[in-house]
Design a protein around this ligand. Structure first.
Ligand code: CP
Ligand code: NVA
Length: 291
């Protein structure tokens, strides 16, 4: 492999300048959503999943197609990699067929290992450790609703999972404050829910049971539920975010979902615009015109 392949796996590896450029481009691409530039013409993206997906799959497939490119979707179960084929051979062969790979692969280290064996950019569609594309869509959503993300207070509640871990990576890169309120056995810098919510600009949560954790008990998460009482501690202008899918009356209550603070469908739509900008950045070396 060469060193200048633009993988989108770990936000710190992409770097603050590139990430800010991607967000700027995502804003521009959203403004052009009814006449998308055909910057992916002639290029192909493989999309591989080892877990379910609605938003990641649809946003990347539509992003690539709306920008004039091709997609090919596979379940990892249908590929030889689930049998005996090595990550090395899988990476080398995919590199001969397509110009980019977007992959949801549970094992983060394996995804990184795969990326070291491709000559095409690899975009993480979520691992058990991180969800970088989601956080880019979230930053786009925060900026649309509240302006520049710098200095904003983002308060996270519930599980300490792949999504909040990616917020932790993003906070110093985008200069926002992140506070986390979770059971203390999961995260030792956790703060109490009302303190976390106080004067927050953004209240955010996620499922208490991530994919692959089925059967986990959730009682200990109840004090971290996002409900109207908790929202009352945030700023009047605060927004509520959730990457979805939602489990009503678990991590969030219907009163919050039905309130004006709730921007979850904007957030879901923004996966599409963020995906376009991530694709454009990753595949720029293949001749894609960025702006
Ligand atoms: N938020 C998110 O990644 O959703 P999917 O699992 O539907 O892709
Ligand atoms: N934390 C969740 C996010 C789903 C988009 C999971 O990993 O299942």
């Amino acid at each position: 492999m060469t060193n200048d392949i633009r993988h989108f796996i770990n936000l710190p590896d992409v770097g603050a300048d590139a990430l800010k450029g991607i967000i700027k481009h995502a804003h521009a691409l959203k403004a052009e959503k009814f006449s998308p530039p055909q910057i992916m013409e002639g290029l192909s993206l493989a999309m591989v999943f080892d877990k379910r997906s609605t938003r990641t799959r649809m946003s990347f497939e539509l992003a690539m197609k709306q920008l004039g490119g091709h997609t090919l979707v596979m379940s990892m179960d249908d590929m030889q990699i689930t049998g005996a084929e090595s990550l090395q051979d899988t990476g080398a062969v995919l590199s001969r067929y397509v110009d980019g790979l977007m992959i949801r692969m549970s094992d983060h280290a394996q995804l990184e290992e795969l990326s070291r064996n491709t000559t095409i950019p690899v975009i993480s569609g979520m691992t058990n450790d991180s969800h970088p594309c989601q956080i880019m869509a979230d930053i786009l959503t925060i900026e649309e609703n509240l302006g520049d993300i710098r200095g904003k207070k983002v308060a996270w509640f519930g599980d300490y999972n792949n999504v909040v871990k990616t917020f932790e990576q993003a906070a110093p890169l985008f200069d926002f404050e992140l506070v986390i309120s979770t059971p203390e056995d999961l995260y030792d810098k956790s703060i109490p829910p009302q303190e976390a919510a106080k004067d927050a600009d953004v209240i955010v949560t996620d499922t208490w049971i991530s994919m692959g954790e089925e059967g986990k008990t959730i009682d200990k998460f109840m004090p971290y539920q996002v409900n109207a009482d908790l929202m009352a501690h945030a700023k009047d202008s605060a927004i509520f975010m959730h990457c979805m899918p939602i489990h009503k009356d678990e991590e969030v209550t219907p009163d919050v979902l039905n309130s004006n603070a709730c921007v979850i469908y904007d957030e879901a739509e923004n996966r599409l615009h963020a995906s376009k900008a991530i694709l454009a950045w990753s595949m720029e070396n293949t001749g894609v015109r960025l702006l």
